[in-house]
Design a protein around this ligand. Structure first.
Ligand code: UDP
Ligand code: MG
Length: 314
């Protein structure tokens, strides 16, 4: 087939996926055989303990479009995808899991949407049939919370199965923050985004590397890096406590020293109310502190002030 002069980079984070690597590779080659694009497949080995590295190396020997980036240890999927973005040379970069839960058959559609003007095409799962009940509940709850708190719009069940235009990746590569969730950062970047819905099949071989704890950590991380609300919550609670306890305090004062309302508050009750009021003050101070920490937080994240889509110069 005559190729057009555009390159697609596929980046695949790999952690203990020796059985899946040949499968996902074969699938990708099949898909690209029908597409007029040059391509490269970059496997990022995220400190696998099995023979994943060897599997990629043997593919690379027979196919020069396969590349292996080997981490010195396990740094996590977010780091692996970031490394992929740093090394990819394509005009469009596609992120895909090694376990075939992201069907490569969708790639032509991704590319078509990209050619039609989308700068980000992202896969959204219709179902999560393969996930446990807890994981399903957890993710529903997680998206509820993050939607309430976050300033950037996040679609539930959006996956890391994404196509990014080169211009988006260049902007992504400027982000320097350390605790990161790739998905959230890409959403934060903006650009023209187009969802593609798909059914995620069961994991083909092996275990999901993301257990409950690791997912919890990722969720907390993304909430914290997207929002300052948890910090401010203490302050809000403090304000409520202060208001309620001062109303109660006023009633106590009036009852005892001005006109008896026949409440006859006991000494300990009055003491408790005063203590409550002081707790309120402490919480409000915490909330205020949160504002300052929030400022430091955004400063240290050091995100660019704005993202330019294109500079329309002549
Ligand atoms: N992965 C990785 N480093 C890790 C854990 C996972 O690079 O520490 C890769 C893994 O090989 C797979 C992708 O990230 O290609 C998604 O992992 P998994 O299937 O375990 O996650 P889930 O499907 O539950 O999101
Ligand atoms: Mg998976």
């Amino acid at each position: 087939m005559r190729k057009i002069d555009k390159k697609i980079s596929i980046i695949i984070p790999v952690h203990d996926e020796e059985a899946n690597i040949p499968l996902v590779y074969a699938e990708l080659v099949r898909v690209f055989a029908a597409l007029p694009y040059f391509y490269e497949i970059i496997f990022i080995d995220d400190g696998s303990k099995d023979a994943s590295r060897e599997a990629v190396k043997s593919l690379a020997q027979s196919d020069s479009s396969v590349r292996l980036i080997e981490f010195s240890r396990n740094f996590g999927k977010e780091a692996a995808t970031t490394a992929g973005f740093h090394h990819a040379l394509g005009d469009a970069i596609i992120c895909i899991d090694a376990d075939l839960q992201h069907p490569p058959a969708l790639i032509p559609k991704f590319i078509r949407l990209w050619e039609e003007g989308a700068e980000i095409v992202f896969g959204v799962r219709n179902n999560n049939a393969s996930d446990s009940f807890i994981k399903k509940m957890g993710s529903a709850l997680y998206y509820k919370i993050i939607r309430l708190m976050s300033e950037t719009e996040i679609l539930p069940r959006a996956t890391d199965f994404r196509l990014l235009d080169r211009s988006v990746v260049l902007e992504f590569n400027r982000l320097t923050e350390h605790s990161r969730m790739t998905r959230g950062l890409i959403d934060w970047l903006g650009f023209r985004r187009v969802p593609v819905y798909f059914d995620a099949p069961e994991r083909l071989v092996g275990e999901a590397s993301y257990g409950f704890l690791k997912l919890m950590r990722l969720a907390t991380e993304s909430v914290i890096s997207h929002s300052l609300l948890p910090l401010r919550l203490a302050g809000y609670i403090g304000v409520v406590i202060m208001i309620l306890s001062s109303i109660l305090g006023t009633v106590m004062f009036v009852d005892r020293y001005i006109v008896s309302l026949n409440f006859n508050f006991s000494g300990p009750a009055i003491l408790a109310d005063i203590t409550l009021f002081l707790v309120g003050i402490v919480l409000v101070s915490l909330g205020l502190l949160a504002y300052y920490i929030g400022h430091i937080h955004t400063e240290t994240q050091n995100r660019p002030l704005y993202i330019v889509r294109r500079d329309h110069k002549k």
